[in-house]
Write a protein that binds this ligand. Structure first.
Ligand code: NAP
Length: 287
């Protein structure tokens, strides 16, 4: 039986992988987060592989606080780059397949066409640079690794844009949201299934792949739909430009990923973002 180690499994994606296990009964899973396996501790990682028979690893552990990373560069790089390099080397050494998750933040966000995997990278933030460094380090030490970049990730677990907009929608009668940043939201449950499909297909094609949900919207459109699906009618959502809502770290204006490669190579199916959002809102309402 294939034993899959999931690192960082208390996060959004890790929790969705926990929920997806029943769809893949032929896999056995070991879920760990930093308390059970700190991926920055190289000796602990090696010891973990020595003590358990691991056939594959899905690395969901990451430093994801984009603004905080600007002041916390060393830790951000330790988790998003150096630890990924160690995981990749140990996985190769023990004959385990490795799937790693990366981000649209490796791009500068200035394109107007969906990003293909080979589009030139130009990260604008410490977080984006650390994730790119992690990709490069991993590909160098482990040529078998599969890297899946995603965008605008949300889930019924953890803190994210959907949960913030639901909370604010209930609390306020007016909300201003940017409409000049467009991208594709990704329900972490759909990404979890996509990663397991890649593994199920043997993860035989290494390198970089893109996965998000289908379609495109702005944060403003996303908020309108979140409120509609949750039945929030008492909050007026107003479109604003990014310059009216300055963020500490510049956000990409365009975050649409081209998913043709993962669809054709691994036969992964991609639900529309509104479909994913509907399922997430249902999950949040306990239905
Ligand atoms: N969120 C997004 O919008 C987005 C967009 C594109 C790509 N991604 C990528 O998608 C992946 C999954 O993201 P996510 O949103 O599920 O992240 P998340 O919710 O922040 O989860 C990351 C998990 O990793 C854990 N972790 C941190 N340091 C660790 C360490 N040293 N050892 C082991 N575990 C550690 C975290 O624990 P603590 O909470 O205790 O730190 C957390 O449980 C990441 O690679 C991320 O870069 C995310």
């Amino acid at each position: 039986m294939t034993t899959v180690l999931v690192t960082g499994s208390n996060g959004q994606l890790g929790n969705e992988l926990r929920r997806a296990v029943s769809l893949f009964p032929h896999f056995q899973f070991i879920f760990t987060d930093v308390e059970q396996l700190d991926i920055t501790d190289a000796a602990a990682v090696t010891m973990f592989f020595e003590s358990n028979t691991i056939s594959a690893i899905i690395n969901c552990a990451a430093y994801t606080a984009v603004d905080k990373a600007e002041e916390d560069e060393a830790l951000c790089y330790r988790i998003n780059c150096h630890a990924v390099e160690v995981l990749g080397a140990v996985a190769l050494n023990y004959g385990a397949q490795m799937i790693h998750v990366s981000t649209d933040y490796v791009f500068d966000g200035k394109s107007y066409l969906p990003y293909c995997e080979d589009f030139p990278v130009a990260p604008a933030s410490v977080y984006g640079k650390s994730k790119l460094a992690g990709e490069l380090a991993l590909m160098k030490v482990n040529p078998n690794a599969v890297i899946v970049r995603t965008s605008w990730l949300y889930s019924s677990f953890g803190n994210n844009f959907v949960k913030t907009m639901l909370k604010l929608g209930h609390e306020r009668d007016e909300l201003k949201v940017v409409f000049d940043q467009v991208g594709t939201p990704t329900y972490a449950a759909d990404l979890a299934v996509a990663l397991l499909r890649v593994l199920d297909a043997g993860a035989t094609h290494s390198g970089i792949f893109h996965f998000s949900n289908e379609g495109v919207c702005s944060w403003y459109d996303f908020t309108i739909r979140i409120h509609q699906l949750a039945g929030i009618t008492t909050c007026r959502v107003l479109p604003i430009e990014s310059r009216e809502y300055p963020a500490k770290t510049p956000r990409p204006h365009y975050s649409v990923l081209n998913k043709a490669k993962i669809k054709s190579v691994y036969g992964v199916q991609v639900p529309h973002w509104e479909d994913g959002l509907r399922r997430c809102i249902l999950a949040l309402s306990g239905k």
